[in-house]
Design a protein around this ligand. Structure first.
Ligand SMILES: *[C@@H]1O[C@H](CO)[C@@H](O)[C@H](O)[C@H]1NC(C)=O
Ligand SMILES: *[C@@H]1O[C@H](CO)[C@@H](O)[C@H](O)[C@H]1NC(C)=O
Length: 522
């Protein structure tokens, strides 16, 4: 199945991450789609068989319908005015009509149409497909992968991308101003076409896009070469000939201006594009993580064995200075496999699809499918939830009365959050009753094969998901103000499946647990 079916159906909790939510796909939904594909195949086969059976019956009934009791003479009026003939004729016609009607009504098409109507809401739209393509481009960007590396990922599942698909990804990258990637995918499309791979996209179409594109990127030499190739394909195309003239003319004037200092001929596929890299992407790749002693101090590790009596096992943090922001504390074996399974089971039915409202345009999502999958689980829903809440209280030493419900989120391939603050909500209706989000607990419910780390660009820390472990950090300083160092991001998932739970702890009720400081920082 792999890449073609990597589909993205995700939802959002709007007030949590308004514009910055960049969740991608949900593997739960993908699995659902694979089932749908099987259903479609089977239902279509059944439909064909039913149609064949139906057609055979129709054919076998034909002699009955075609049957004329006698030859109809030329004089119709004379013929039908005989009462006996009229009776026999009307009876015959009525019988035939009834037969035809009942036969037609037995068509299996109606049944099949019902299947189509029921399933069409589950079938991915063009927007979904574009969303996945953009997800691939993001992965490429973050992990600095070439198209053949991306395609290599597919081949482990005996699946690869064809020239049409490579071209589609190029178009999506281009629409989203990811020009380097658009260029790479166009090259990949050409490479595959040169290999003689079957495609509906033609060399001419690709070159027609690529030539003006490299021209816009300032690579005149390549634009000329590509346009020459284009003209070779269709010497009668005057527009192409015009373009070529124009490029050549430009080159000459450039030459004249630069006089002797004409640049050496550049390789046809080396455009000069400024690359935009983000600090967090470097962290996601595992670059530039240097564990200085200072950084080491902010990362605490606590081991616990999990199990029966968490109250005894998870001693609350006591030392005052361990509470200082922005320390990140990781607790290993915080959840057991069984607890994780229960939490997933509880949230699966709630991980429904929803659209995202774009605050900028007031419209529902544009090119970027900014969607994620999440579900909220409350205390009373299952003993496991109340147990987890209690354990969080024991571990963090913070009061959970005012904390938000447990949020479960599932990201699939390409799923990510761009850097954001948990405490800086645009519409926080609970702020006045519960206070700000003083701390965040993030519980990893899966290991992730590649990618999916949680990174703190301001601190330079990267945490790899580890199934069953939990991470705690403070978003607010003791003064109650936002701690800018709590900026964090979820790296795109490159391979695998990422499930996490979030618990946002509110400031109200923590007055005696985490005292206010006299100074702004600690
Ligand atoms: C979760 O759901 C699966 C499938 O319905 C079931 O087999 C499994 O026992 C459930 N696990 C827990 C811990 O409830
Ligand atoms: C966006 O989607 C929601 C829910 O599907 C719908 O109620 C709303 O009218 C949509 N808004 C626009 C501008 O399309």
């Amino acid at each position: 199945m792999a890449l073609k079916w990597l589909i993205v159906l995700v939802l959002i909790s709007l007030f949590l991450w308004t514009t910055k939510s960049e969740f991608y796909s949900s593997t739960g939904d993908m699995t659902q789609l694979i089932h749908i594909e099987r259903d479609v195949i089977q239902s279509f086969k059944d439909y064909i068989a039913a149609e064949e059976f139906h057609l055979a019956r129709l054919k076998s009934s034909l002699p009955l319908i075609e049957y004329f009791s006698e030859d109809i003479p030329d004089n119709l009026e004379n013929y039908i005015s005989n009462p006996l003939t009229a009776y026999a004729f009307v009876r015959r016609l009525k019988y035939k009509w009834t037969q035809v009607e009942s036969m037609a009504r037995q068509s299996p098409l109606q049944e099949f149409n019902k299947f189509l109507v029921e399933n069409s809401p589950n079938i991915p739209s063009d927007k979904d497909l574009d969303g996945i393509a953009l997800g691939l481009v993001r992965l490429q960007e973050t992990y600095m992968l070439s198209p053949d590396k991306i395609i290599g990922l597919g081949q482990t599942h005996a699946e690869t991308l064809n020239p049409d698909e490579a071209f589609h990804i190029a178009m999506i990258a281009h629409e989203n101003s990811k020009f380097l990637h658009a260029f790479q995918w166009l090259q990949e499309t050409l490479r595959q076409l040169d290999e003689g791979r079957e495609a509906s996209i033609t060399r001419k179409e690709v070159l027609s896009f690529l030539a003006p594109f490299v021209f816009q990127m300032g690579d005149l030499q390549s634009a000329i070469k590509l346009t020459e190739q284009l003209l070779d394909l269709d010497p009668s195309d005057l527009l192409i000939a015009n373009h070529l003239q124009y490029y050549k003319h430009m080159k000459e004037s450039v030459h004249r201006e630069e006089s002797q200092t004409a640049p050496a001929e550049t390789h046809i596929f080396t455009p000069n594009i400024a690359k935009e890299t983000k600090a967090y992407e470097a962290l996601c790749r595992g670059d530039s993580i240097q564990m200085t002693p200072r950084r080491q101090r902010v990362l605490f590790c606590r081991y616990s064995t999990g199990g029966r009596n968490p109250r005894l096992i998870y001693a609350p943090i006591k030392e005052e200075d361990e509470w200082d922001a922005p320390k990140i504390t990781r607790y290993h074996n915080f959840l057991s496999d069984n607890e994780i399974e229960t939490i997933k089971n509880l949230s699966v039915p709630k991980l429904s699809r929803a659209q995202v409202w774009d605050t900028k345009t007031g419209m529902n999502i544009s090119t970027e499918v900014r969607v994620c999958k999440s579900a909220w689980l409350s205390e009373g829903e299952d003993p496991v939830i109340s147990r987890v809440n209690q354990r969080l209280e024991d571990v963090t030493g913070l009061d959970m009365t005012m904390a938000e419900k447990l949020q479960v989120a599932n990201y699939g391939i390409g799923g990510q959050y761009e850097p954001h603050y948990d405490s800086k909500l645009s519409m926080d209706e609970e702020f006045y009753t519960r206070g700000g989000r003083i701390a965040t607990t993030l519980i990893y419910m899966t290991d992730v094969d590649i990618g999916g780390a949680t990174v703190f660009p301001a601190i330079g820390a990267a945490l790899k998901p580890e199934k069953g472990s939990a991470v705690l950090w403070y978003n607010l300083l003791r003064s109650g103000k936002d701690d800018d160092r709590a900026l964090h991001a979820g790296c795109p998932v490159m391979a695998g499946n990422k499930w996490v739970s979030n618990k946002w702890i509110r400031a109200r009720g923590q007055e005696f647990r985490r005292r206010c400081g006299l100074s702004e920082s600690d």
